[in-house]
Design a protein around this ligand. Structure first.
Ligand code: NAD
Length: 489
């Protein structure tokens, strides 16, 4: 381990953060956080149990009323100061993301810019929460409509974007006047811990954000969700876990936001700019080593260009340099763990057994870490297993189509509906696709849609609610309506 890595890790808190204090928790065995490129332990962090989870909720609840009354400008300033500090320390955050999650440093820098932007964006939104005042239709009263913070929120985040998934929830919650408990994924908790330490420096009052890291997510989360002091749950992760959490939330009629799994179709038409399509495909497929909810999971390509598209994509994939994310020459990191890698291999092998052919890659790489070769598979048959599950790895399956109707039907043939991508130079076709594709978001001639200013989210089994944009803060607000008699009567 180089000195700078040591110094970086020495600066990361490893305790729980409850009521403005770093505490050890109730002594369950510490969680070992691994570097997926080496399989070696980076740091050990505290392991919260159910009592610690409830203590965090108590702290959030006790801080709620006061935080809701803090002037919006002051709430905004805390977010903005954090944004400035994270920007100053961008390299530190990027390295930490790369170390615990495995993505190349260049991509980790991109995540810092993207993730940090949610803090700036919502610092700007905090002062724009508004209401309305009007005369009732019959003229006998005055009607006021106000927006109020919903109350303490519980945020559960996944491992794949350790900074952005936290800021996408912390930003709008704090801007709206909600306090929170956040539970990062046990695989990558370090970035959230460093972020909250940075928020402390930026003037975060005690109890407004509480962090619990735990290896017993279900047992620690369930009592929090069942507790009547909690008013909101916001989750990003897989659809099966989202369903479990929604079942628990339903028992309390809890306001819920769910950012769940995806199975993004990537459509390439015969009139597409193939160069742009391949560039877009690399972005949509390989960002985060294919481990993004927005990852292109199914390449649906017109039969007349499929051969060329496949070859060009395979050539680009073949150029990628696998390695530890923090090494300068690395352009593709490992996948997160052995379980993920075994699952990717299973999907690749199944598609070959079902009649597809591998153009490049197709295998795990021997040696330390959890590497899988960047892979392109052509002639995947509609109905194949690989088309119905999230691959979550560097594998691009190509399915060929003949007509636009067939392409749309293939694209929509999934329970998921997060994002779709379509490449065509024909504007009318592009707009037809935007209207026909059953997804919350579409990238038209681009492989990247994520932006703090945009309402990110899905339809169908991909979730409920939106994060970012003008819509993001609404998830943390409740509407309060007031009636009062006409003051002139
Ligand atoms: P996951 O569902 O396994 O875990 C997500 C989080 O939930 C983790 O913090 C985990 O500890 C926690 N968790 C797991 N079981 C729980 C339970 N029973 N009760 C409470 N908490 C529980 O997902 P993951 O593997 O961390 O992330 C990958 C998934 O996340 C993919 O499906 C991906 O598509 C999805 N994702 C979605 C978005 C989006 O915005 N739609 C963004 C990123 C990732």
């Amino acid at each position: 381990m180089s000195l700078s890595e040591k110094a970086l890790l020495a600066n990361v808190p490893t305790d729980l953060f409850i009521g403005g204090k770093w505490v050890k928790g109730n002594g369950l065995e510490a969680i070992a956080v691994e570097d997926p490129a080496t399989g070696k332990v980076l740091l050990e962090v505290a392991n919260a149990n159910a009592a610690d989870g409830l203590a965090a909720l108590t702290a959030a609840d006790e801080a709620q009323a006061k935080w809701a009354r803090v002037a919006p400008r002051e709430r905004a300033e805390i977010l903005r100061r954090t944004f400035d500090l994270v920007r100053e320390r961008a390299e530190e955050f990027a390295m930490l993301i790369s170390l615990e999650m495995g993505k190349p440093l260049s991509e980790a820098r991109g995540e810092v810019t993207y993730g940090n932007e949610f803090l700036r964006w919502f610092s700007e939104e905090a002062v724009r929460i508004s209401g309305r005042y009007g005369t009732s239709p019959e003229g006998t009263g005055r009607m006021l409509v106000a927006q109020r913070p919903v109350g303490p929120a519980f945020a559960i985040t996944p491992w794949n974007f350790p900074l952005a998934m936290a800021t996408r929830k912390i930003g709008p919650a704090l801007a709206a006047g909600c306090t929170m408990v956040i539970k990062p994924a046990e695989l990558t908790p370090l970035t959230t811990l460093l972020l909250v330490k940075t928020m402390e420096e930026a003037g975060l009052p005690a109890g407004v954000v509480n962090v619990i890291t735990t290896s017993t997510s279900a047992a620690t989360s369930a009592p929090i969700i069942a507790d009547r002091r909690l008013r909101k749950i916001t989750f990003t992760g897989s659809t099966p876990v989202g369903v479990k959490l929604l079942e628990q939330a339903a028992q309390r009629v809890l306001k819920a936001s769910m950012e769940l799994g995806g199975n993004a179709p990537f459509l390439v038409f015969e009139d597409a700019d193939l160069e742009a399509a391949v560039t877009g495909a690399m972005l949509a497929k390989m960002r985060n080593i294919g481990q993004a909810c927005t990852a292109a999971n199914r390449f649906i390509v017109h039969e007349s260009v499929a051969e060329e598209f496949g070859q060009r994509l395979a050539a680009k994939m073949g150029e990628l340099k696998l390695g530890r994310g923090i090494e300068a020459e690395t352009t593709c990191g490992p996948v997160i763990n052995e379980k993920a890698r075994t699952n990717i291999q299973r999907l690749v092998d199944a598609s070959v057994a079902e009649g597809a052919n591998v153009i490049t890659g197709g295998e795990s790489r021997d040696g330390e870490g959890y590497f899988f070769e960047p892979t392109v598979i052509d002639n995947v048959k509609p109905g194949s297993t690989i088309l119905s599950e999230e691959i979550f790895g560097p594998v691009a399956p190509i399915v060929r189509f003949k007509t636009e109707d067939e392409a749309v039907a293939l694209a929509n043939d999934t329970e998921y509906g997060l994002v779709s991508y379509a490449f065509s130079k024909d504007l009318k076709r592009g707009l037809r696709l935007v209207e026909s594709l059953d997804t919350g978001m579409t990238g038209l001639n681009t492989g990247l849609v994520s932006n703090a200013a945009a309402p990110f989210g899905g339809v169908k089994a991909s979730g409920l609610g939106r994060e970012g944009g003008l819509e993001g803060i609404a998830e943390y607000l409740e509407t309060k309506y007031v009636m009062t008699p006409d003051p002139f009567l």
